[in-house]
Design a binder for this molecule. Structure first.
Ligand code: NOJ
Length: 487
């Protein structure tokens, strides 16, 4: 339970003077308090700081300007699928408020912004005739970002598959969807890469497959048997690979392509050479169905042995497409998946069970493990030699109840961010090639099956009025960005 903060008990707890609504630290347009000089412990020069969002989670306007329905429209409108029956029908109304939302980014001092394109805005039925009005929105968004000095980083698929493709082909159960994705990706690349120089194919492959088609807790809500699930996973990998190829074929010179994956993250419980080596083995196997296949162009022996008769059918051509070279790898880093120790017996590592008391944020899955933001990029560099890494998401959920003075004193989020970022700073200081960090999220938004309760934003959104209010964490993040070091 979070205690509702009032001005009085906040002041008492802090032993400080009463904070008033006009206290500048909470005003996003106020100057950040910046340490006098970067002490040398900070992030590399030119490190890119920004925020991230996704189309269905913020845009709303789901029937406007010719947008077709997506699997998330249908799923969220089906009783029992989301908390309190929440849908993305209105969400943050960002479709109409993107200009003022860009001013919020500017007030933070962010230099980059990661957003996603809604496929059903551009191709309402997934394939066929494009809808120019749908693309126009992203055209305007990109222009507005650039006019405000913010570089757009664009994700092509953040889970809002056109429902027409689910109806027609069973969505990602069919390779037809992989091909359709590539066509759509190539089309958008041709139109926008005169200004958008960094593209991500898919966001979080594990979620698309395992939650959408495995456990069914996310759209399209299916529980496929293992054989079909393995093949669906393979089709998603193919979609990524064909997408990379289509983007390269259609994009303007100088466009960079990558992925935004939520790797499973293995952490050595003690930093001995043995446990570190064991964590690397665990990391590679835990991601065998996704990033390992993409970066190595093969499924590991253990993956295929575990799948047995359910293993996906594939050709060497498939594996070549899947492992099409990338310019960078983006990873969404939130929670540790396993703390591991080295053992002599196969497979060489032991996953230590999480104790029941392990701390987490408002979302139960969001276990607090700050060192994930050190180990995830370090593993990428050490296991696969990745030279350009982006943290495409990291952030914390909370219930974020405004205090009596209307402010949101989210010290829990600040505590989370400070500890995670200190670990990222350790990584870059040691030379791990992380180029940028996108905080999830700019705004509170539609948190999928969790609805609107689990807030991730730097800005609080009052959904009744659409009013945005900077949380205390916005001031913290602005100071970090300005100093280019953890403050
Ligand atoms: C990752 C997903 O990409 C994003 O859509 C989601 O809101 C955050 N994690 C938080 O759960």
């Amino acid at each position: 339970m979070r205690t509702r903060l009032t001005r009085r008990n906040f002041a008492q707890a802090a032993g400080a003077a009463v904070i008033t609504a006009s206290t500048p630290i909470l005003d996003a347009s106020a100057q950040a308090t910046v340490p006098a000089a970067n002490t040398g412990r900070g992030f590399p020069e030119g490190f890119l700081w920004g925020t991230a969002t996704a189309s269905y989670q913020i845009e709303g306007a789901v029937t406007e300007d010719g947008r077709g329905p997506s699997i998330w429209d249908v799923f969220s409108h089906t009783r029992g699928n989301t908390r309190d029956g929440a849908t993305g029908d209105v969400a943050d109304d960002h479709y109409h408020r993107y200009k003022s939302d860009i001013q919020l980014m500017k007030a933070l001092g962010a230099k980059v912004y990661r957003f996603s394109v809604a496929w059903p805005r551009v191709f309402p039925s997934g394939v066929g005739t494009p809808n120019p009005k749908g693309l126009d929105f992203y055209d305007r968004l990109v222009d507005e970002l650039l006019a405000n000095g913010i570089d757009p980083y664009m994700t092509l698929y953040h889970w809002d598959l056109p429902q027409a493709l689910q109806d027609r082909w069973g969505g990602w159960e069919s390779r037809d969807t992989s091909r359709a994705f590539a066509d759509y990706a190539g089309y958008v690349a041709a139109k926008l890469t005169d200004r958008v120089k960094h593209l991500f194919t898919l966001n979080e492959l594990t979620v698309i497959v395992d939650l959408g088609y495995g456990s069914g807790v996310f759209a399209p809500g299916l529980k496929l048997p293992p054989e079909q699930l393995y093949q669906t996973r393979h089709n998603v990998l193919i979609g990524h690979g064909l997408g990379v190829q289509a983007i390269r074929a259609q994009a303007q010179a100088g466009t960079k392509v990558g992925i935004a994956e939520n790797t499973a993250i293995a952490i050595p419980i003690i930093e001995t050479p043995e446990d570190i080596a064991a964590a690397r083995v665990a990391m590679r196997e835990m991601n065998a169905g996704y990033l390992t296949a993409i970066l190595e162009g093969r499924y590991t022996d253990a993956y295929l042995a575990t799948a047995g008769a359910n293993a996906p059918k594939f050709t060497s051509e498939d594996m070549k497409a899947i492992s099409s070279p990338l310019d960078f790898v983006g990873i969404n880093v939130y929670a540790p998946n396993a703390y591991v120790r080295s053992i002599d017996a196969a497979p060489g590592y032991l996953s230590i069970p999480f104790p029941a008391s392990f701390p987490h944020m408002e979302s139960k899955w969001l276990r607090i493990g700050p060192e994930t933001l050190y180990w995830a990029p370090r593993h990428l560099a050490e296991i696969w030699g990745v030279k350009d890494i982006y943290i495409t998401e990291n952030g914390a959920s909370a219930a974020d109840v405004p205090a009596d003075d209307g402010m949101v004193y989210d010290t829990d989020r600040i505590m989370y961010l400070r500890n995670y970022l200190a670990n990222l700073q350790r990584a870059t200081t040691e030379g791990v090639p992380v180029k940028g960090y996108f905080l999830w999220s700019l705004l509170d938004n539609f948190e999928w099956a969790d609805g609107y309760n689990n807030r991730f934003g730097l800005y609080h959104v009052d959904y009744a009025t659409q009013k945005r209010t900077a949380k205390l964490s916005a001031s913290f993040y602005r100071a970090v960005m300005a100093a280019n070091q953890v403050v």
